[in-house]
Ligand binder design. Structure first.
Ligand SMILES: N[C@@H](CCC(=O)N[C@@H](CS)C(=O)NCC(=O)O)C(=O)O
Length: 214
């Protein structure tokens, strides 16, 4: 398999899951601005939309969209517990999380990441994202991970996105002007996830480990 990614982007989530599963994969880094891969190919031929993540299977098929890739990888090894079994109610709960993270959190960050271009829209977008994170913090009061007792693909997704915000305990990858300092359950969850060997390996592979020990 080949995995196309941009360091510190949302593709960190499936990257973590690839590591959790110890899958044999070739990592291909994509130049964010030029849409050219590390091996010189035009990334638009892999994904006409131009965005990561993309997973190329050994038979040449290409799977796009983070939530689909996360579930595909988890289902390669159902015993990993990274996603509940298909057809169960818990699987719909996972899809609820993935959709929430994708539409409310991931895309909620965009105006903050492009604040200059977004202008006054940031004033509308930022409180919504803050509210989403406050809610996530409350979900983590009674359980160590988003889906319950075990780490799973939704945690990997939230971990990748949270690195775009700011807090003293956070390994921040970008400088979105949103601060999570007061969210103590999010903080404890973040520390738990960050210490996982698969997460550390992904951070190291993406060149993001410098301040891991804070
Ligand atoms: N709907 C896509 C969105 C992925 C996405 O936003 N990827 C960003 C990085 S987080 C990207 O590659 N941006 C580069 C571009 O759009 O050219 C998914 O969920 O996988």
């Amino acid at each position: 398999m080949k995995f196309y990614h941009i360091p510190a982007s949302c593709s960190l989530a499936p990257h973590i899951i690839l590591n959790e599963l110890n899958l044999d994969v070739t990592l291909v880094s994509v130049d964010y601005r030029r849409h050219v891969t590390g091996d010189g190919a035009n990334f638009h031929e892999v994904n006409p939309h131009g965005y990561v993540p993309a997973l190329e299977l050994d038979d040449g098929r290409i799977l796009r969209e983070g939530p689909a890739i996360l579930q595909y990888l988890a289902d390669l090894h159902p015993d990993s517990g990274l996603a509940p079994a298909n057809g169960t109610f818990k699987r719909y709960r996972l899809q609820e999380w993935l959709n929430f993270l994708s539409t409310e959190v991931h895309k909620g960050f965009i105006p903050l990441l492009y604040a200059v271009q977004a202008g006054k829209y940031v004033e509308l977008a930022k409180p919504k994202l803050e509210q989403r994170y406050a809610w996530i913090d409350q979900q983590l009061v009674s359980r160590p991970y988003l889906m319950g007792e075990a780490f799973g693909v939704a945690d990997a997704y939230l971990f990748a996105l949270t690195g775009w915000g700011q807090a003293p305990w956070l390994t921040s990858y970008y400088k979105a002007d949103i601060h999570f300092d007061q969210l103590e359950h999010l903080r404890d969850w973040y520390r738990r996830v960050r210490t996982r060997p698969a997460v550390q390996r992904a951070l190291r592979q993406e060149g993001l480990l410098q301040d891991l020990l804070r």
